[in-house]
Write a new protein. Structure first.
Length: 117
């Protein structure tokens, strides 16, 4: 599956953004999808995942209650709604799909989110 992430940008402390991950090659209904981020000088961090078909969701403690992962089967697109953003959320955000154990076969190109104080 090929992924195209978008929606990043500059937002003020306390603001919101919605990231999109457009998929092609396979339907988002049939693959696990996830979002990760990597801040400058830090390791890539798991944020959220949505399980294929049944749609169960999982979140890292750092974003639980603020971020929501979802998918639109008709648009074949995954989303990450991010609310109550803080400067520590500044990072490049990546979508991933088609989980293989602890790894992911497909990655989007990354979209930069900058939260200003």
């Amino acid at each position: 599956v090929q992924l195209q992430a978008s929606g990043g940008g500059l937002v003020q402390d306390g603001g919101s953004l919605r990231l999109s991950c457009a998929a092609s090659g396979r339907t988002v209904f049939d693959v696990d999808m996830a979002w990760f981020r990597q801040a400058l000088g830090k390791e890539r961090e798991f944020l959220a995942a949505i399980i294929r078909r049944d749609g169960r969701t999982y979140y890292a403690d750092s974003v639980k209650g603020r971020f929501t992962i979802s998918r639109d089967n008709a648009k074949n697109t995954g989303y990450l709604q991010m609310n109550s953003l803080v400067p520590a959320d500044t990072a490049v955000y990546y979508c991933a799909a088609d989980r293989d154990g602890d790894s992911w076969r497909s990655w989007g190109q990354g979209t930069l989110v900058t939260v200003s104080s």
